[in-house]
Design a protein around this ligand. Sequence first.
Ligand code: HEM
Length: 491
Amino acid sequence: MLWQIFLAILVCYVLWKIFKTDENELNRLPGPPKWPIIGSALSFLGLSQSEMFDKLLEFRQKYGNQVVVKILNRYILHVYDVKDIETVLTHSRNIKKNKPYTFIEPWLGNGLLLSSGAKWNGRRKILTPTFHFDILKSFMEVFEEQSKNLVKELEKRVSEGLDVVDVSPLISDFTLYTICETAMGVRLDSDKSEAKLKYKDAVLEIGQLVMERLTTIWLHNDFIFSLHPMGKKFAKCLEKVHSFADSVIMERSMSYENRGEDLSEKENSRRCALLDLLLEARTRNEIDLEGIREEVNTFMFEGHDTTATALTFGLMLLADHADVQESIFDECKVILGDSDRSPSASELNDMKYLDAVIKEILRLYPSVPFIGREIVEDFMLGDIKVSKGNEVIVHIYYMQQREDLYPEPKAFKPERFLSGEKRHPFSFVPFSAGPRNCIGQRFAKMEMKSVISEIIRNFKLEPIKKGARPIIKADLVLRTTEPIYVKFIKR
Ligand code: HEM
């Protein structure tokens, strides 16, 4: 009898928790229909990755600049307006990542991207010196060499009549090579090529699995997910990405320990590779081996996939705009004359037109289209109180294509970043902004300038179909449903 009373009380309590009128102020805001218990989960059920991407944009059209989506007991506020985005990104304490990021925690651990609080602070301090301009300058040699290798590979294909290239795999090889050599101090030579391929394939599969999991609410639970075939596939991918990262750590640790005092000039200049800084920090007990592993996984992913995405979309846009290619070519000629040498770091810095091109690429195709936060401290968004425990999604992709911020928002016009026109300071945030901004943004811009200038000095690019734009899908970074092909013609 007693346990029946207990059970009845328990059921009443659970029902009360589920159906009680919620006092969350976010209920005042519009959003897709909410059902008892599941909230708005039905709006996402079974959506493909590209439908998911469109759905989030559709919400803005249907409900306005602030949209609330409730999934089970989670309140997720989507913001699309520049002022709201500024308020969220500049908050000094609301820097914790939201729920979906936990799906990639088994891969990236509590590295810089996912950690928060004191751990994030400490790590950011250890890692910031890697991205000092003097260190970046020493990476120039790698950017140059890898850019030249990429051009050679393209020349080879053109000479074999394979001038129409699926750019993404080629470009992501390039960015993976550069991040491994600059930040990890490890050259990806031929004996690692199979591991490299497995790594890249596994990263792609992880993205798909994470997105599928996101739209299937019963798989949000870690235990259920681990038993599901999707969870099993995920575990296999983890083995591949981790074993690749571990081999990189092992290789650099051995050369770090064996280096002793007799550093050659060249090695010395690369001494501050990110992995060396971490290995040094380990000797001071500031980080342990697991921590190093987390950061290597984080930087290997963030450092290669984001930049590869931007470059892939960039080449697509350039192929469609011969005039922009010619302006880049002319700028290189003014700065470098007829010489075929690569630009120095300061010459890259002087390429102001190319700078505007890269901004315009990242405006139209920000590699990270939206970012999420879990609120740890109540704050006001206009007259709405956003309370602790709620989540906020910042829509970078949508905001950067708003007509009120950018006239003719869909057009690729690098000049808009040269005209000196005044714009809201948060209207361009492909690297996020505020305390949790991208630590690698100068690295990324330098790498992109280096490789785009090298490609344009050697080739004319043409589209397969003028004006065609790919279908975009929601993934860890911006991806397309079909490959992006570009035709390369030797100058
Ligand atoms: C075009 C290239 C890139 C873009 C568009 C980009 C964009 C971003 C964005 C939007 C964030 C914030 C993510 C969030 O709050 O969830 C971020 C964070 C981060 N990025 Fe990048 N990124 C790029 C390249 C790089 C590179 C080359 C590296 C490393 C070498 C890097 C390392 C990181 C790391 C470690 C974080 C986490 C920083 C923190 O929370 O303290 N990124 N990036």
